[in-house]
Design a protein around this ligand. Sequence first.
Ligand code: GLC
Length: 495
Amino acid sequence: MLFLIPKSYFSYIVKGVMIPRAATALCLAATLCSAAYAQLKGDKPYDVSTAHPVKAIQDTETAAQRDARMRWWREARFGMFIHWGLYSIPGGVWDGKPVPSVGEWIMNTASIPVADYKALAPQFNPTGFSAHDIVALAKSAGMKYIVITSKHHDGFAMFDSKADSFNIVTGTPFHRDPLRELADEAHKQGIKLGFYYSQDQDWTAPGGAALKTGDHKPPTFHWDKAQDGDFATYLHTKAIPQLREVLNHYDPAVIWFDTPTDDMTPQLASEIVTLLNEHPKLIWNNRLGGGYKGDTETPEQYVPDQGFPGEDWESCMTMNDTWGYKSGDTNFKSTETLLRNLIDISSKGGNYLLNIGPDSHGIVPPAEVERLRQMGRWLDVNGEAIYGTSATLFDTPTSIPDPVKKGEDGKPSRIATWNWRSTTAPDKVYVEVFAWPTGALHLGHLTRKVSAAYLLADPKHTPLTFKQSAEGIEVKLPAKPLDPIATVIVLKTEK
Ligand code: GLC
């Protein structure tokens, strides 16, 4: 059988357990995850070549139809991921002890019994939640879409679900439906809204899958008898009905699946695909399982060195070291790093899905708000160099080989270099300069003829002197950059 390995979401299945590679990298730091890491030995790659029992939209549409469907997403470049659920109550602490690994995994990592975890629901009253403020925050950050957890692996639905009562409207004193409120606000403020839905793992529904952590035993890796049951029954009684609810009641622009295991056979996945096919504008990622490739590659917590030329892809990343809120995690990346990531990803033709984790009151941590606002200020001035652009035309490498570390393929790992990146518009080439040179910037060969150069943040667009030859371009620069993080040079090019 031919294995086509999705390059970004290179997952591993061992006896029903699939581990996303990047999640594993994240886990490496956390001791509890070392068992999960160990199970990678003897793994096999995720197969997306299986003939599909039901054809998905990607199998049937023309290239032009696909371009039209993906258009807004490709132009957007920057989205907000939101991980929010019951796990924000413990916020990484259980029985008074800090629990390692990501916050939304606390039930699994700390082996919390189903009944104890479900007892969090009556305590969940996030009255500080404001859909208006969250949408406004995304907009002020320059983000063009939002993807929020409608149900994470813990099985708790953050919307009004008739299919399962373990949800925010029925099961908590809050009684409000944040997804409805977000959908209305997103519509009002003009931003796309998508939903993450954990279709495969569900730790509170009988039959839902669980990835292994700690000493959980094969074949199910469940830690509570209440989790045992039949996967197909779980899918038919909970996941598929809930997916139908979110698709029909909220009309999301994106469905973001996660952590497929080999429980998700092609046949079962095709039942979900039948549902997805009823929504022809929908965009969905490559984590459904059952051999379906979906629309988007989903590198997690990293930027692929070369991007995925010719494919749609989205790097999802945390701002600190967790997706779901963790009170003790203050390891926030700097605004400089976050902006460089956005620029780096754009220069490789991808999208950046940057996560926030609201707390149990529904409040977004101030450190996250601050960084997003700073990113937005840069984008207010320089957004033209990001939105709707495509990958660089320069073949200058953006990384150097690591002298010590080797990747899974045995080749040296790459270390990113931060001099400059470039993005492309039909009649312009943008050069985002991180390390401001003295005198002039030397760029490699460009296939287009440059007719003028100026700094994007210079309101007068004062012309910069430049020289173009077969070898490359030299642009004379003022002594100081206009922005300490990234100053954009615009090269106007002839078509
Ligand atoms: C991982 C984790 C999950 C998180 C997701 C985001 O696969 O299981 O907790 O939601 O990554 O990409």
